[in-house]
Design a protein around this ligand. Structure first.
Ligand code: GLY
Length: 576
């Protein structure tokens, strides 16, 4: 019965997917450039807006704009500053994904600066003797780290999209790392949470446990090694990180601690430009992340399913029910099909087809939950609070929607001695064992199995929504919940909410397995929660959620609005 349902939907999708309305490129793109989408807006805001998870980072971006930089230079400044002040979420030891819109020619492009597996990757390193995933090696220490993409991505942005030399855009981050800053409560909490693992690596202890303990609130904290590494990156671009002094130190530190990086792994890292996924939903153009993120495919599939309903006419319980059912089906496909587009063939034409969505819609009952077990595959989830997103619009109308990560909180907890670089633990984002959940409870198939040079599947979903009268720049951290949070942000934007309303709205999430709806306290009133439960949904309260940073542009008044998520005290959305 289970298989029948799956087959019916898949077959219907396959039969009807000949005519494809939505553009997505599943072929390996040539680096540097895939065919760009273009979309020119015939006006400019005349002022700029940035929203990020930390006020130092937002200010760094605004300072770079004031020096003559554009949104892409500002994005470099924000990202590098987050590497210093918010290392628990992202950094130069990690990677990022971004959707860019260039005002002059309307070019829209996806920048994939995701980490890659090393050439010597060996699946056995990530398995216990009984064949189950070895979570310690996947999440802690040098074996858990992919080759970082962020430094190459920042150099790429400066070389291809910015107006300023890379070193000028990195200058605010270098100054803060050298002069010091006061860590916020979240960073101190993250170090405290991960203290046991940090203690395993001497250079991590030296950096994160000064005087043998996590830094204290109000104490100035300096990061001279990272300042030097950023300086070398600024001076020499790609070569300043992936070759020479920094590269030698990274390789030596990783190998001394049991990892298997080589100089060649670093030298051969490549930023990929990809064609974003673009779809129309209720007259809005949504531009979002293609694989190696699963986020845009899932958001597109959900919106395609929802486009067959008049959600505005439904009460909250029925509207929410349909959104949950669409989430359930999109996450099922996520598990089955998606991986690095340079390594796997994915049926994107089918997944993004409105006809496939129409087939899935036929399987949704108006007021009854479909048990996920009726839509084959299985597992359990643990949400994490890590990763970070920021949004930028500059005075000319250039736009950057950027999500960055070191994966789990404080990444691998491994700092490479002499570099200040905290390495990611992105190897856990591969499906190490098919259909065994990763740290976010996400399942995967052979499409996302590790391989030399391969990018692990991400949930990062930086997005831009273009309407006739408004533009919204939206994204969020939150592991697997990134996808549903961005979806809900897009729906809120289309419903007319302002930046603060989008960032602050209460959230819910379903990811197929486990078969439950995670709900932020206060998201539903008692009547809605009751109605959903009667329809067969299992609701479970959950906190915390990701931190959304949103910038909107009203094309009628030309006003920008920037808001940082109220769940985060150090965030700042600012227009100037
Ligand atoms: N490491 C989290 C993500 O990329 O989805």
């Amino acid at each position: 019965m289970k298989c029948l349902l799956n087959w019916r939907v898949t077959l219907l999708g396959l039969l009807l997917s000949g005519s494809v309305a939505y553009a997505a490129d599943s072929r390996p793109p040539a680096s540097p450039a895939a065919a760009p989408a273009a979309h020119v807006i015939d006006r400019r805001p005349g002022h700029a807006g940035i929203a990020s998870a930390n006020f130092h980072a937002t200010q760094a971006g605004l300072d770079v704009l004031a020096k003559g930089g554009n949104a892409f230079d500002a994005a470099i400044a924000v990202a590098a500053t987050l590497s210093v002040v918010e290392p628990e979420s992202s950094g130069i030891g990690g990677g990022f994904m971004a959707v860019l819109h260039r005002a002059g020619d309307g070019r829209e492009v996806f920048i994939d600066a995701r980490e890659t597996a090393v050439a010597a990757v060996n699946l056995r390193d990530y398995l216990n003797p009984d064949g189950s995933p070895n979570r310690d090696n996947a999440l802690n220490g040098p074996l858990s780290a992919g080759i970082p993409g962020q430094p190459a991505g920042l150099a790429w942005l400066a070389a291809h999209y910015g107006k300023l030399p890379l070193k000028e855009s990195l200058a605010p981050a270098i100054r803060i790392a050298r002069d010091g800053f006061e860590p916020d409560r979240r960073l101190i909490g993250a170090i405290t949470d991960r203290e046991k693992d940090i203690r395993r690596w001497p250079a991590s202890v030296a950096k994160y446990l000064p005087n043998g303990q996590p830094p204290l609130a109000g104490q100035l904290w300096r990061d001279p090694d990272q300042a030097r590494t950023l300086e070398l990156l600024g001076e020499h671009g790609f070569d300043g990180f992936y070759r020479g002094e920094t590269a030698s130190r990274l390789v030596a530190a990783v190998r001394a601690a049991g990892g298997n990086w080589t100089a060649k792994d670093l030298e051969s890292y490549q930023v990929k430009e990809r064609t974003p996924i673009t779809l129309d939903y209720r007259g809005y153009r949504v531009v979002t992340a293609p694989p190696a993120s699963s986020g845009g495919v899932a958001v597109a599939e959900i919106l395609n399913i929802l486009s067959g309903y008049d959600l505005a006419k439904l009460d909250e319980a029925h509207r929410t029910h349909l959104i949950i059912e669409a989430m359930r089906r999109a996450f099922r496909d996520h598990n089955d099909y998606l991986g690095d587009p340079d390594f796997v063939q994915m049926p994107l034409d089918m997944l993004l087809s409105p006809y496939y969505a129409a087939g899935l819609r036929q399987t949704i009952l108006a007021d009854k939950a479909t048990p996920s077990s009726m839509l084959p595959v299985s597992a359990g989830a643990e949400p994490g609070m890590h990763t970070t997103h920021f949004s930028v619009i500059d005075a000319d109308g250039n736009i950057a929607s950027v999500t960055l990560t070191v994966n789990y909180t404080m990444g691998s907890t491994f700092v490479a001695a002499g570099t200040g670089v905290l390495l990611n633990d992105e190897m856990d984002d591969f499906a190490l064992v098919p259909n065994k959940p990763n740290v976010y409870g996400l399942l995967g198939s052979a499409a996302n199995a590790p391989a030399p040079g391969k990018r692990m599947l991400s949930s990062m979903t930086p997005s831009i929504v273009f309407g006739k009268d408004r533009v919204g720049v939206i994204g969020s951290p939150g592991g697997s919940t990134i996808i549903t949070q961005v979806l809900e942000g897009i729906l809120a934007f289309i419903d007319g909410k302002d930046a603060a309303g989008i960032a602050g709205q209460k959230r819910f999430h379903h990811q197929y397995m486990p078969d439950r709806v995670d709900v932020e306290p206060g998201a539903f009133d008692a009547a809605t929660a009751d109605a959903l439960t009667r329809m067969g949904h299992t609701l479970k309260e959950r906190n915390p959620w990701g931190y959304m940073n949103v910038v909107t542009w009203d094309l009628k008044t030309n006003k920008l609005d920037a808001a940082s998520d109220p769940r985060r005290e150090s965030g700042l959305g600012k227009v100037q």
